[in-house]
Design a protein around this ligand. Structure first.
Ligand code: NI
Length: 136
């Protein structure tokens, strides 16, 4: 049997602010710097979702890419694109919307809809040079 990783790229824009309400202004500034701007700031996030599993002998697919495409659109892009993550996305009400935490939230949302026999990996680019990976 051949295990193959298939990947789909996606994209969304979102605004956020990194801070802790239980920290002083100076502590927030020291740790989060410009990301602590109280008026928020935006990023163009690039997302790579990968699914690894056996090739289905009938279809030749690991996963139907049409299904993966619509899953990412419905579960991720429609939920995060053009949103203020701190204010509009419930998962970040009490969770700092760092790239790390966003990747985990995305992974958790997708995991529910992908066959348990397959491995899931999320790579999230916050900038072209800064990216994080999460595989559960
Ligand atoms: Ni930022």
């Amino acid at each position: 049997m051949s295990k193959v990783k298939v990947s789909r790229k996606a994209h969304f824009n979102a605004a956020h602010r990194l801070y802790r309400a239980d920290w002083s202004d100076s502590e927030n500034d020291r740790v989060f710097g410009k990301c602590n701007n109280p008026y928020f700031h935006g990023h163009n996030y690039d997302l790579v979702v990968s699914v690894t599993g056996e090739i289905d002998s009938e279809t030749g697919f690991v996963m139907d890419m049409k299904v993966l495409k619509s899953l990412i659109k419905n579960e991720i892009e429609d939920v995060l694109d053009h949103k203020n993550l701190n204010i509009e996305v419930p998962e970040f009400k009490d969770l700092n919307p760092t790239a790390e935490n966003i990747a985990v939230v995305i992974w958790n949302k997708l995991r529910l809809h992908i066959d348990a026999s397959k491995e899931l990996e999320v790579v999230l680019y916050e900038t072209p040079r800064n990216f994080v990976s999460y595989s559960g």
